[in-house]
Design a protein around this ligand. Structure first.
Ligand code: ADP
Ligand code: MG
Length: 327
């Protein structure tokens, strides 16, 4: 049987205590039947039994970017950000998508944004007045650059964003562990502004050629800007299409972009539902596959870890749901 590329798995990225270990263990060749037997109940899957170790200088300033629009940058910022907060790290998410601000909507915080960064810079309010604390996780805060549908104000650029990041670092309550910057689509002024303060990038791509081309272009621009630490998230992956060779595999994507893989997020209708409810997917109970994938990506981000796409042999006529995980 021809081998198929399914979920990327890297043994080194799986911690012995990782609750997903029984699911993702690539060393054992499990049939879907055996795999079903070894699956822990979903509740135990989200019981992390250790805290990931934060590596690198803090605050980690990470831009979430893509080039192409609509591939999942804002969804990733919301879900990875809240996962980090749930792991007890302090997080500030900056919505730098000035024209199409929507991170506040995804987080269900839209009615609580009274001030924006522009007003802070104009001296019309204090920074803490523009920071919106999440209702569910108080160690997660949102900062919007400007009012919805407004244009990037003249004079607002990378230097202004660096000033804001410095102000966040020197708050009396201490610097956050993570500053996530949700980047606008495209590679114009808004993109340049958003990447300026960052020293790491998470590149979100979908497995299609237009998204990949933009991702490749953005990778070059990030490197020119001195951002060498670039990891990618492959979003909206559909194994049924990959099997039918109607979608590029994650392995193909990784070979084309040559970037470290932070996570693979399946296509999941729950993402759209949670977007509309303003309730990020990672908070869903019971957790969904996409939610768990975002949590794993957050875990890897903390530990500067990555995963590798692998080829797995698939048993003939046993292509059940659990073959998604390899084995
Ligand atoms: P961007 O910020 O890159 O423009 P968004 O995060 O706003 O993209 O996502 C664009 C659309 O795609 C949203 O409607 C979102 O719900 C949907 N989406 C993102 N990721 C997924 C996924 N894994 N499965 C299903 N829908 C998704
Ligand atoms: Mg967006």
């Amino acid at each position: 049987m021809a081998s198929l590329q399914l979920l990327p798995i890297n043994p080194s990225s799986l911690h012995t205590s990782s609750p997903l270990l029984p699911i993702l263990n690539p060393h054992k060749t499990l049939t879907p039947k055996k795999l079903k037997k070894t699956l822990p109940p979903l509740q135990s899957v989200i019981q992390w039994n250790r805290k990931p170790q934060l590596t690198g200088e803090t605050p980690r300033i990470i831009v979430i970017t893509s080039g192409k629009g609509g591939v999942g940058k804002t969804t990733t910022t919301a879900n990875v950000g809240l996962s980090l907060a749930r792991l007890n790290f302090s997080v500030v998410a900056i919505d730098a998508d000035v024209g199409l601000r929507n991170l506040d909507l995804l987080l269900g915080l839209e009615n609580r944004v009274n001030y924006t960064a522009i007003e802070v810079l104009n001296g019309d309010c204090r920074l803490d007045q523009a920071l919106v604390r999440d209702k569910r996780w108080s160690n997660f805060e949102l900062l919007c650059i400007s009012k919805p549908r407004s244009k990037l104000p003249l004079g607002f650029g990378g230097k202004a964003l660096i000033w804001l990041v410095d102000a966040l670092k020197s708050r009396p309550e201490g610097s956050p562990d993570f500053i996530l910057i949700d980047c606008p689509a495209g590679i114009d002024a808004g993109f340049i502004t958003a990447i300026t303060p960052a020293n790491e990038a998470v590149l979100v791509t979908t497995p299609d050629i237009t998204s990949l081309r933009d991702a490749d272009r953005v990778t070059g621009l990030l490197e020119c800007d001195g951002i060498k630490d670039i990891k990618m998230i492959v979003n909206r992956v559909r194994t049924d299409l990959i099997r039918g060779e109607d979608m590029m595999s994650v392995l193909d994507v990784q070979e084309m972009l040559g970037l470290a893989l932070l996570g693979v997020i399946p296509e999941d209708s729950e993402v759209i539902r949670s977007t509309n409810r303003g309730y990020p997917l990672v908070l869903n109970k019971p957790p969904t596959l996409a939610g768990l994938a975002f949590e794993q990506a957050a875990w890897r981000l903390v530990e500067q870890d990555s995963m590798k796409a692998v080829m797995v042999e698939e048993e003939p006529k046993k292509r059940g749901f659990f073959s998604f995980f390899g084995g």
